[in-house]
Design a protein around this ligand. Structure first.
Ligand SMILES: CC(=O)SCCNC(=O)CCNC(=O)[C@H](O)C(C)(C)COP(=O)(O)OP(=O)(O)OC[C@H]1O[C@@H](n2cnc3c(N)ncnc32)[C@H](O)[C@@H]1OP(=O)(O)O
Length: 420
């Protein structure tokens, strides 16, 4: 039955069926894709990046992948392969269609020279089998503003001469990209944003089915006038009722900052808007400074904590040489990869001055682990000691697990602010 299903790049004429299949896969009505929404999508999608599974001409599976830049520990931009829009029709599930789409695509990504593949998983149990490991986490807080204890007389940034201004979407399209470039060079786990990202996230691609409500954009400028931060948020506006306390809330859609002063000031700003009694932080790094900026950190309650970006190492040598390490030492890693894309034994040597060399080796192994566990470790999020305790990695030389943790861990946690 599975053999009847053909997997291939879609044609331009198949785009409407492909888009409707994505909608259905994510439990949204197929009717949500009107002709207007399809015309919009046609202008922005490149059918060449879209794969479909077809059963007698019917689109029963979707898969999109494209080149992406991912910041490694230390700031280098790594050639990544982003995977998204993965669906199989409920009528065709558990027959191996995703497995076929995934293995063909990962092999092609490896062939074109991608270092890692990335995705954000809708469910935890899907992607481990393909060698992906959860490599960053996300946390969302809800701040009870009155309890937070911030000084209500706060009137702006603590850097003398810095300022915060409300701007519009056009300013954001002009100034945002450069700010994001500075931010992502500082944040391992961050990814690039193309022009389309800025258009979509400032309401330029809205359709009647996917309407846009203009948010607030607050821009932070340093004393010298450099744009160092941006916070985007929406507020609720409840009808005025003098007999009740205000109940308005703010929901942060995104924050991009290139300096700690901008980060502090923008959080302080959004938690100090009169009448706003609760602030949802949006998806943040688990070690975001937000709670500890508040006089009472318990006013920030964790409302979401989950895995976020998953990484699948395709080229162990380039992945390990692309990042920096917190120390010096030599490790021989035995990497298991059922798909045969990245498995083998590798010697990683980190020398004084940060010189890193990685190469295949026949030396005795120090640590054995699966390629998914390597993905979990690569951005600094994982703990080898924990993986050993879980039975997901093994230490073959005493002290090797502690050395790997010392080398791989980072002082700030990895974070990817974007959903793709
Ligand atoms: C990056 C992204 O786009 S995330 C979005 C993922 N898509 C969705 O969540 C949409 C709804 N779900 C779906 O469309 C489908 O269930 C998919 C795409 C997740 C899986 O497609 P299928 O063709 O059914 O997967 P396939 O048959 O190749 O399964 C391969 C293996 O994964 C397992 N598997 C697949 N999906 C799941 C799941 N959701 N939970 C647990 N196991 C799963 C299968 O049981 C199978 O295991 P086996 O090899 O041991 O038998």
């Amino acid at each position: 039955m599975n053999d009847d299903v053909e997997i291939r790049t879609i044609t331009d004429a198949e785009l409407p069926a492909w888009l409707r299949a994505v909608q259905a896969g994510f439990l949204r009505s197929r009717a949500a894709m009107s002709d207007e929404a399809i015309a919009h999508a046609r202008a922005r999608e490149d059918a060449q990046t879209l794969r479909g599974a077809f059963d007698r001409g019917r689109c029963v599976g979707t898969y999109r992948s494209y080149p992406q830049e991912l910041t490694a520990v230390g700031g280098a931009a790594v050639d990544a392969h982003a995977v998204t829009a993965v669906t199989v029709a409920p009528t065709h599930r558990r027959r191996g269609i995703l497995g076929r789409m995934m293995s063909a695509d990962l092999a092609a990504a490896k062939e074109r020279g991608a270092v890692v593949a990335t995705l954000i998983a809708s469910e935890h149990r899907i992607y481990g089998r393909y060698g992906f490991g959860p490599a960053t986490s996300t946390t969302e807080w809800t701040v009870d503003v009155p309890r937070a204890g911030l000084d209500p007389r706060w009137s702006g940034p603590d850097e003398a001469g810095a300022r915060i201004d409300l701007v519009d979407g056009e300013d954001v399209r002009k100034l945002g990209p450069e700010l994001h470039e500075r931010f992502r060079a500082l944040q391992h786990g961050a990814i690039d944003r193309d022009e389309r990202w800025w258009l979509r996230n400032t309401g330029q691609e809205a359709t009647p089915e996917f309407p846009w409500e203009e948010p607030f954009y607050a821009l932070y400028r340093s004393p010298s006038g450099t744009v160092d931060g941006l916070i985007v948020y929406r507020t609720t506006h409840n009808r005025y009722d003098a007999s009740r306390l205000p109940e308005n809330s703010a929901s942060v859609l995104g924050t991009t900052t290139a300096t700690p002063a901008a980060e502090r000031a923008l959080w302080h700003y959004v938690c100090s808007i009169d009448k706003v009694v609760s602030v949802r932080s949006g998806h943040r790094a688990p070690d975001d400074v937000l709670p500890d900026l508040l006089p009472d950190p318990r006013a920030a309650r964790v409302t979401t904590h989950a895995d976020w970006l998953w990484v699948r190492v395709l080229d162990v040598v380039r992945a390990l040489e692309a990042r920096t390490y917190a120390g010096t030492g030599t490790l021989v890693l035995d990497v298991a990869d059922d798909a045969g894309l990245a498995g083998g034994r590798y010697r990683l040597e980190v020398a004084e001055g940060g010189r890193v060399e990685c190469a295949p080796t026949g030396d005795a192994c120090d640590i054995s682990l699966g390629v998914g566990e390597l993905g979990r470790m690569w951005l600094g999020e994982g703990s080898l000691a924990r993986l050993v305790a879980l039975g997901r990695a093994a230490e073959r030389r005493a002290g090797a697990a502690a050395l790997m943790d010392t080398l791989f861990r980072t002082s700030r946690r990895p974070w990817c602010p974007d959903l793709f």
